[in-house]
Design a protein around this ligand. Structure first.
Ligand code: SAM
Length: 244
């Protein structure tokens, strides 16, 4: 079974391996079959295998049947609408099922918005953590962000245009106005835009000129000082002294 990345905007980012797999796989499990055929058409590939819709709502129930096919020797290709499967996209159930059953599993890697944004952010890339989407509900989002106040690694969040304003306000509350960050929008597309600056600058820009399209937020980790301060407020000064 092969987990394959698809372009996140620019069709020319499709790998030669993806093109080959689309043409030759026995079964293509695609998050959205219409988008799969559209991608194949743009790549000039004829998908000869069986195409099945494989998405968040049916991935658990379909996985075992698809893995039976892998056991019988079929090449099953798993693709999502954009980027890497399993990265906030379907694929986890079938990948974990293949591992549990000892079936062949490999990856045809390629574009993913996490790494694209991280590389363009101008922030440290040697240690980072991927936080996916922040919770939709305000209270949960604030709790999640507070739990990250002592995080020293660069943090990557996926975000949507209709929540960006609220999320940026909560990020400013949790991390303060001065943390360096980047808002990376419409990556690999014609209107790609990277806004870099302090949290307060990005908050202002988001309210003055609301960004549209798909976006990723990359936020610098806590400085040593901020980390100590946040840890003290979580653990208390006495616990910190005991740990020192
Ligand atoms: N599997 C994908 C990946 O590997 O990046 C992520 C899929 S997730 C459902 C969709 C989110 O990814 C978007 O809401 C956005 O945060 C981010 N994203 C995907 N494509 C993007 C792009 N071209 N520019 C900026 N962000 C993007």
């Amino acid at each position: 079974m092969v987990l394959a990345a698809t372009p996140i905007g620019n069709v020319a980012d499709a790998s030669a391996r993806l093109v080959d797999l689309l043409g030759h796989a026995d079964i293509v499990a695609a998050e959205d079959t219409r988008r799969l055929y559209d991608l194949a058409r743009r790549l000039g590939v004829h998908v000869s295998g069986r195409v099945v819709a494989y998405h968040d709502h049916n991935e658990k129930s379909l996985s075992s049947g698809l893995l039976d096919e892998v056991e019988r020797g079929a090449t099953v290709l798993v693709v999502s609408d954009a980027g890497m499967p399993l990265i906030n996209d379907p694929g986890t159930a079938i990948a974990h099922g293949a591992i549990d059953r000892g079936l062949p599993l490999t990856c045809a890697p390629g574009p993913s918005a996490v790494l694209d944004a991280l590389a363009l952010s101008g922030l440290p890339t040697d240690r980072f953590c991927y936080e996916g989407f922040l919770p939709r509900r305000h209270g949960e989002r604030v709790r999640r962000l507070r739990s990250l106040r002592a995080e020293v690694r660069t943090m990557v969040f996926y975000e949507t245009p209709h929540r960006i304003g609220e999320s940026m306000d909560d990020i400013a509350q949790a991390f303060g106005p001065d943390r360096p960050m980047a808002l990376c929008r419409e990556l690999t597309k014609d209107y790609e835009e990277i806004r870099r600056g302090s949290v307060s600058r990005i908050v202002r820009s988001v309210h003055d000129d609301p960004p549209r399209g798909e976006m990723v937020l990359v936020v610098a980790g806590a400085s040593q000082e901020e980390m100590m301060e946040a840890s003290e407020s979580i653990l208390g000064v006495d616990d910190m002294a005991r740990l020192a």
